[in-house]
Write a protein that binds this ligand. Structure first.
Ligand SMILES: NC(=O)C1=CN([C@@H]2O[C@H](COP(=O)(O)OP(=O)(O)OC[C@H]3O[C@@H](n4cnc5c(N)ncnc54)[C@H](OP(=O)(O)O)[C@@H]3O)[C@@H](O)[C@H]2O)C=CC1
Ligand SMILES: CC(=O)N[C@@H](CCC(=O)OP(=O)(O)O)C(=O)O
Length: 310
């Protein structure tokens, strides 16, 4: 049986990438909107309601509008935007979040996919909160280094136009300490204290690494953290727990932010020295950070092999 799929926002960065994944699938019929009608509410409503799965690859306001256009109870929405990530009627599109999450995604018709920084942060923080290795009240801080495709079409155009010397160096942003991913980071990790979060965008297309530095109460905590990751992600095909103090990275001396590019994988690292540790998570912001994760959720929801096409 073929499944019918529509991408609202088909010309955008995440929408185009989802189309690339779907193009290779014989079990999926993709509905396409005529380019001149792509912002026409009636035509969008017709296609959204004709789909078994509709991806929303839109700015937040347009994603909220799209959700309101859906009246077919069979249509499952997978929203890539920030609009519904902590909404109680929507399930968080991170199958590896916790036990029971896959079942929730199989049965829900409303799936909100995580933000790219948030996916990496949550995959580090949540198992440690669950295992009691991080107290919910603990004040964490995190940085994220990201490629410019995370900023969508506008930022890609800006970087690719060339001629602006200040774009050549890394640019910290969200300096108002209110990045839009912080609410989902807290809710989905179980943290009650708002983390200090500073992302840094740099002059490469894609790839992302979140780092959480920790002062440990006990030097043995780094092993316990690493063991908690191994236990939580045992058998997860898209999460790779790297060896404690990963020798290859340490030998190189530099961390490769782009090493998960063109995959749907997340690599988790623990580096330690006495009572200090660095927890790091690396992913492709357009893969597990956006389009790959969205297709993974679709596969799960439709009862296909979760990794099909990824
Ligand atoms: N890029 C990334 O790494 C990630 C992005 N996301 C999120 O996914 C969503 C899409 O992001 P991204 O693909 O990067 O964004 P883009 O800016 O690249 O694309 C958005 C698309 O939506 C279209 N659009 C805007 N308003 C409407 C409307 N009212 N009706 C129909 N189409 C509309 C735009 O049309 P037009 O062509 O006219 O501009 C554009 O094609 C955003 O919410 C973003 O925050 C999530 C995770 C990672
Ligand atoms: C480089 C850059 O600007 N990145 C985006 C995050 C991209 C992402 O995850 O998207 P959502 O908008 O869906 O949350 C940012 O930090 O706002």
């Amino acid at each position: 049986m073929k499944h019918t799929v529509f991408v609202d926002g088909q010309e955008g960065t995440t929408g185009l990438r989802i189309h690339e994944y779907l193009a290779a699938r014989a079990d999926i019929d993709v509905l396409r909107i005529a380019p001149e009608l792509r912002k026409d509410a009636n035509e969008r409503a017709r296609l959204l309601n004709a789909a078994d799965v509709a991806f929303l690859c839109l700015p937040d306001a347009a994603a909220i509008e799209a959700a309101a256009l859906v009246t077919n109870p069979r249509t499952c929405l997978i929203d890539a935007s920030t609009a519904h990530r902590i909404h109680p009627d929507w399930r968080f599109g991170l199958p590896e979040l916790a036990a029971g999450q896959r079942e929730a995604l199989r049965t829900s018709k409303r799936i909100a996919n995580p933000g790219c920084h948030a996916s990496a942060f949550i995959l580090l923080a949540r198992p440690l909160v669950d295992a009691g290795l991080i107290a919910p009240e603990q004040a964490l801080s995190a940085t994220s280094i990201t490629g410019y495709s995370g900023g969508g079409k506008k930022m890609i155009e800006q970087y690719e136009a060339g001629g602006d010397a200040k774009l050549l160096s890394p640019r910290p942003y969200a300096l108002g300490l209110a990045h839009k991913h912080i609410p989902e980071m807290m809710v989905q990790s179980g943290l009650r204290t708002k983390p200090v979060f500073m992302p840094i965008v740099s002059s490469f297309y894609k790839g992302l690494a979140v780092t959480i530095p920790l002062q440990l109460a006990d030097a043995g905590d780094a092993e316990r953290i690493h063991a908690a990751f191994q236990k939580r992600y045992d058998g997860e095909r898209f999460v790779r727990v790297m060896p404690l103090d990963d020798a290859a990275t340490l030998a190189d001396g530099f961390f490769d932010v782009q090493a998960c590019n063109d995959t749907n994988r997340v690599d988790l690292f623990v580096f330690r020295n006495g009572q200090q540790a660095l927890l790091m998570a690396r992913l492709d912001n357009l893969g597990k950070g956006a389009s790959g994760a969205a297709v993974q959720c679709m596969n799960l929801h439709l009862g296909c092999d979760e990794g099909l096409g990824l």
